[in-house]
Design a protein around this ligand. Structure first.
Ligand code: PRP
Length: 216
């Protein structure tokens, strides 16, 4: 466990908004803004090191305690699970999981076992288990929208943000599965070992989120 806190940030979509939030909390994030090929960045004015990682790895690092904190999407938390505290909804990275089908197709209008493609097989399984419905789930690694177009699947469960990817491919969302946004997660042992530092970080986060809510 590090002397300073260490936080794992999800690279890509959530990275910029995480940095904006931290800067608004008074943290100098210039090393993350200009990361080059470096993967670990010490912040100059706060006892925090930031690690940039893929979403599922953020959970792995926090679970193992090599990072005390993490910023990761609820989508990854729902899919991967794990043992950590989920302490704050950070309010950004908002989107939803939806079941989508080809326009005009009647997903529920048959007794045949449906095939559903997804990058999120656990989320998909639980969704249909909740309905008492038996479906075949096909795991796809990227651009899952292709699966119904190629007639591999009757539907997909995927992230919908603006809806433009579905629309561009003649697909329509027919049911919401879960709401998604970025979450702050904390290693369970770190919460005790670095109580004061972590509480300070969470307090700053909460204050900024409250300010944003008031301004909205
Ligand atoms: C996600 C998701 C959809 C798209 C939805 O993919 O899998 O394809 O975004 O966004 P929209 O509703 O705004 O069109 P992402 O771009 O994250 O790429 P990925 O396939 O690498 O996960």
């Amino acid at each position: 466990m590090s002397q300073n806190l260490r936080i794992a940030l999800t690279k890509g979509r959530l990275q910029d908004q995480s940095v904006e939030l931290f800067e608004a909390m008074g943290l100098d994030c210039s090393p993350i803004r200009d990361p080059g090929r470096r993967l670990i960045h010490a912040l100059p004015n706060y006892p925090l090191e930031a690690v940039l990682a893929k979403a599922p790895d953020v959970i792995t690092y926090v679970e193992h305690g090599v990072c005390d904190l993490g910023v990761v999407g609820k989508d990854t938390i729902l899919e991967k699970g794990g043992s950590f505290y989920e302490v704050l909804d950070l309010g950004f990275g908002q989107c939803r999981f939806a079941l989508a089908v080809q326009e005009g197709s009647d997903f529920y209008g048959t007794y045949k076992t449906r095939r559903v493609a997804s990058k999120y097989p656990n989320v998909t399984r639980r969704f249909f288990e909740g309905k008492g419905m038996d479906v075949d789930i096909i795991k796809i690694e990227g651009s899952v929208e292709l699966a119904p177009l190629l007639h591999l699947a009757d539907g997909i469960v995927d992230i919908v943000e603006t809806g433009s990817t579905l629309k561009a491919n003649g697909l329509v969302p027919i049911e919401d599965v879960a709401q998604v946004s970025a979450r702050l997660i904390v290693n369970t042992a770190s919460m005790k070992l670095h109580k004061e530092l972590i509480e300070d970080f969470i307090r700053r986060c909460e204050a900024e989120l409250e300010k944003r809510r008031e301004e909205a």
